[in-house]
Design a protein around this ligand. Structure first.
Ligand code: GRF
Length: 208
């Protein structure tokens, strides 16, 4: 368990805009999250998350995941782990990373790989979860920060935040409302981790 005297050393994996990564940076800069962002890797060469990292002077790179399209595996996984370790990363944050991570990464960072999912798990795992919620007719949607395990969106839940689904919502309007909560949930989950306040027993994460 980390204590408040030792900052988390975060490595972020992303594929897109990086607004969640930005929320973590903002929390670090505001002094509400005791962490350092050591590295940002993206599997999309021109992902905006890399521009954000460069703007803040954070080491970042494109992670070539060839030949795989939907997972991080094989030689790319080994390269990813090596790069994270070289940068002293102890906590891996998936922030809009559109690939399944495999056991190699999880074994390299035991109980230290976190993900944010745009639904109240276990409802609506998988892609475009906000759209799934809307099409299902759910009245409440939200986001979940969880430890990553070997399943897809199945790991122990750390923090959840809910939003209403409103009449007239589009997938875009609902996703935007969920993202406002994501930007609170991820810093909160990492703050609890950094303070050593997450006790995992089986599937359950108790907040001390
Ligand atoms: C978020 O909605 C997150 O929940 C999902 O992908 C999106 C990433 O957004 N996994 P961003 O790149 O952090 O802006």
């Amino acid at each position: 368990m980390n204590t408040s005297s030792s900052p988390l050393r975060i490595g972020v994996l992303g594929s897109g805009s990086g607004s969640n990564m930005q929320s973590l940076l903002d929390a670090i800069q505001a002094g509400t999250l005791n962490a350092e962002m050591r590295l940002v890797l993206a599997d999309v060469p021109d992902a905006k998350i890399l521009d954000r990292a460069r703007k803040h002077g954070i080491p970042c790179a494109w992670l070539d995941c060839t030949p795989f399209k939907t997972k991080l595996d094989g030689e790319a996984e080994q390269r990813c782990i090596a790069t994270l370790k070289e940068h002293g990363v102890d906590t891996v944050v998936l922030a809009g990373f559109m690939r399944i991570v495999k056991p190699g990464l999880l074994k390299a960072f035991p109980r230290r790989v976190l993900n944010i999912h745009p639904a109240l798990l276990p409802a609506f795992p998988g892609l475009q979860a906000w759209k799934q919620a809307l099409e299902y007719g759910a009245k409440v949607a939200g986001c979940t920060v969880h430890f990553v395990d070997e399943g897809t969106d199945t790991g122990p839940v750390i923090v959840q935040r809910a939003v209403p689904v409103l009449t007239g919502d589009t997938p875009e309007s609902l996703h935007a409302r969920i993202q406002v909560e994501e930007h609170l949930a991820y810093p909160e989950a990492l703050r609890l981790l950094s303070e050593g306040r997450l006790q995992i027993s089986g599937r359950r994460v108790d907040i001390l």
